[in-house]
Design a protein around this ligand. Structure first.
Ligand code: KIV
Length: 296
């Protein structure tokens, strides 16, 4: 048994001012930085939301950090829907974005729209994120009233085409292509653009040129907002951190210490204590004692 109800912020709690995609665009106009994190389950999403993060992405990075795969390619549409539903139950304030997994939008535009609809209809997402300059799909999703977060630069679903996880847009020609793609994605209707693994100078120029907010990861400080993978932020990845990651906490250390302490207490019969045990009411205890005496 575990209690997960909302003491405040629920139907009877104080009203929550919901973050929407237009609200993120307004933040850009006002020069307010946008904070964003990934999250994949109820407990962490709830903490992330209660800490005031503006945009929560159920990233397909869950393939790696939650499911233990080597890359993001294996995670399925149903797995992404399952995790998005869990996050939906926790998030009250942040804009909730679901990552469309590899293969779910790489066929026809109609298939991509159909799969995106499932994230909004069945899992409560408020936008979907797609990697690459898939202009026709961005336009079709926008026409279908599905808010789109674009994702350009180092797009992890292209790991095999890129030959590894490499910073993109490093030559003048590649930077020009990236800028052109960013404009095309925005013009097709994307409301937010994630820029991953691109030189600071290129991200800064794209950010200055676009009306929609850019959210950087490994793209320098000049983007309109920043996103990190939750597990990177709190050291739950079992690997050295990438250059762009800043670790703000050590959840691995915290969890290890707690689990080791618990194991030792169990092994030494130090847990549970009498105070942590349920007791019979006095009358029942007495009756039990009497029976024991009679049997003796
Ligand atoms: O899946 C993910 O976590 C992402 C972010 C890194 C942007 O796409």
């Amino acid at each position: 048994m575990s209690l997960t109800n909302f003491p405040a912020g629920g139907p009877s709690g104080p009203p929550v001012v919901k973050v929407t995609m237009p609200a993120l665009q307004e933040m850009k106009r006002q020069g307010k930085p946008i904070s964003s994190l990934t999250a994949y389950d109820y407990a962490t999403s709830r903490l992330v939301d209660e800490c005031g993060i503006d945009m929560i992405l159920v990233g397909d990075s869950l393939a790696q950090v939650v499911l233990g795969y080597d890359n993001t390619l294996a995670v399925t549409l149903n797995e992404m829907l399952h995790h998005t539903r869990a996050v939906r139950r926790a998030v009250r304030r942040a804009l909730l974005v679901a990552d469309m997994p590899f293969g779910s939008y790489h066929g026809t535009v109609a298939e991509g729209v159909g799969n995106a609809v499932r994230f909004l209809k069945e899992a409560g997402a408020e936008a979907v994120k797609i990697e690459g300059p898939r202009i026709d799909l961005v336009r079709a999703l926008t026409d279908a009233e599905i808010p789109v977060v674009g994702h350009l630069g180092l797009t992890p679903q292209s790991v095999h085409r890129m030959g590894g996880y490499r910073v993109q847009g490093k030559t003048a020609a590649a930077a020009d292509q990236l800028r052109a793609d960013a404009h095309a994605v925005a013009e097709a209707g994307a409301g937010v653009l994630v820029l991953e693994g691109v030189p600071r100078e290129v991200a800064a120029q794209i950010t200055a040129e676009l009306e929609i907010p850019t959210i950087g990861i490994g793209a320098g400080p000049d983007c309109d907002g920043q996103i990190l993978v939750f597990h990177d932020l709190v050291n739950l990845t079992f690997a050295p951190a990438a250059k762009f990651v800043r670790r703000y906490g050590d959840a691995a250390g915290l969890v290890r210490a707690a689990v080791e302490h618990y194991r030792e207490d169990v092994e030494h019969r130090a847990f549970p204590s009498d105070e942590e045990s349920y007791h019979l009411p006095a009358a029942a205890r007495e009756a039990l004692e009497q029976r024991k005496l009679r049997r003796a």
